[in-house]
Design a protein around this ligand. Structure first.
Ligand SMILES: NC(=O)c1ccc[n+]([C@@H]2O[C@H](COP(=O)([O-])OP(=O)(O)OC[C@H]3O[C@@H](n4cnc5c(N)ncnc54)[C@H](O)[C@@H]3O)[C@@H](O)[C@H]2O)c1
Length: 353
């Protein structure tokens, strides 16, 4: 196990998947974005399933072009039955062997990075998804596409929490459009390949996942706060601080993602997140204070140039569909997730973000 994840979290996830994971036995999985935050968990969990659960091991092929994978992503683990290929999914990928599952998690997920790489963000979700769908079709496999809760944009308050049927309120020209709109097109591509070619596709819409393994230079809110805490600096809350989010701890999120990959109803999209509590960024600071048992100074500041403004005011998932169809239930409370995350960042982060 590599030091950048918590071994106990990976074990917890493997344990929670033991009853459902046998369907992977002897199968081949192609995972894109394999060296990103979620991709690294997928690799370690499959390694754990191979070791402890499956009758026949999964063969896993991981792809990543390393655009945002950073130093931690560059440490490629040496697990049996796993290989890694440095590949840009915008380009064709030739695969002659068998293929059963495609997990398309490549993307540019942090607002800081999609502001820096808008065209790459657009291309990975559109051309990259198209390429993965063609490959899935050629091999008679099934595909799970990582979309985002951002496809809902800035929701009308009467649609919060958002159900999968909510169509969203997204700007096609705003500072976040390269991400939101391309994820929407990626979903449309999955829908077309499902309806026209009969491929089993699923779309996953994660809602603010956090946990050990997030890079210090990720710049999403919790790594940002944790890095500043480590440096002994005040936390910077952007905008008004009243914008709300829900936060899903990594173990709950990964269990949900695996349930979609294994048991998603063909053609369907699923929200995966923890619906409670929906809190403002100022309340998030208060939660950190509660968990740390001390007060933390914070400043409310303008959005820096490096970070896209035009943030959704509210975001919270409705997860009834995943509960009913997949038996998905998040169990890690926010405070417990923060406790595990902050303990990990305290040993791994340097405070030099
Ligand atoms: N983590 C979350 O809370 C969250 C929320 C919503 C959506 N998502 C989506 O889930 C997926 C995984 O998220 P994450 O948090 O692991 O993101 P991440 O940025 O940590 O990892 C994504 C990985 O994809 C790779 N990548 C980007 N473009 C590529 C390309 N053209 N070819 C090959 N590899 C490429 C990057 O190098 C990186 O290693 C992304 O598609 C993201 O948009 C994540």
């Amino acid at each position: 196990m590599q030091s950048f994840l918590l071994e106990s979290d990976v074990d917890e996830i493997v344990g929670r998947l033991t009853g459902v994971a046998q369907a992977f036995s002897g199968k081949t999985v192609l995972l894109t974005g394999a060296r990103g935050f979620l991709g690294r968990y997928f690799m370690e969990i499959f390694a754990g399933l191979n070791e402890k659960v499956l009758d026949e091991p999964v063969r896993l092929v991981g792809l990543d072009n390393m655009i945002t994978a950073g130093k931690t992503g560059a440490e490629i683990p040496n697990h049996p039955n796993m290989e890694f290929v440095n590949h840009d999914v915008i380009l064709p990928f030739n695969w002659e062997g068998p293929l059963d599952f495609v997990i398309h998690a490549a993307g540019i997920a942090s607002p800081y990075y999609y502001r820096a790489y808008p065209l790459e963000t657009l291309e990975v979700a559109i051309t990259g998804t198209r390429r993965m769908l063609e490959l899935t079709d050629q091999h008679g496999a099934r595909l799970a596409f990582f979309s985002s809760s951002e496809i809902y944009g800035d929701p009308d308050p009467q649609h919060v929490p958002m159900a999968e049927s909510y169509r969203g309120n997204v700007s096609c020209q705003g500072p976040r459009a390269c991400y939101d709109e391309s994820k929407r097109v990626g979903e449309t591509l999955c829908h077309i390949f499902h309806t026209m070619r009969g491929i089993h596709t699923n779309t996953i819409r994660p809602f603010n996942v956090f946990g050990p393994g997030m890079q210090e230079t990720d710049y999403r809110v919790l790594p940002n706060f944790a890095s500043r805490l480590k440096a002994g600096q005040p936390l910077n809350v952007y905008g008004t601080g009243n914008q709300t989010r829900t936060f899903c701890y990594i173990t709950d999120a990964m269990v949900g993602f695996f349930l979609v990959v294994l048991n998603g109803v063909p053609g369907e999209a699923y929200n995966i997140g923890n619906p409670k509590p929906e809190i403002s960024m100022v309340e998030l600071v208060q939660s950190i204070e509660r968990v740390m048992g001390c007060s933390v100074i914070h400043n409310i500041i303008e959005y820096p140039d490096s970070y896209p403004s035009d943030e959704p005011n509210r975001r919270a998932p409705e997860i009834r569909k995943a509960r009913l169809q997949l038996d998905y239930e998040p169990v890690i409370e926010l405070d417990e997730g923060l406790r595990r995350f902050l303990k990990w960042t305290d040993t791994v982060y340097t405070g030099n973000q």
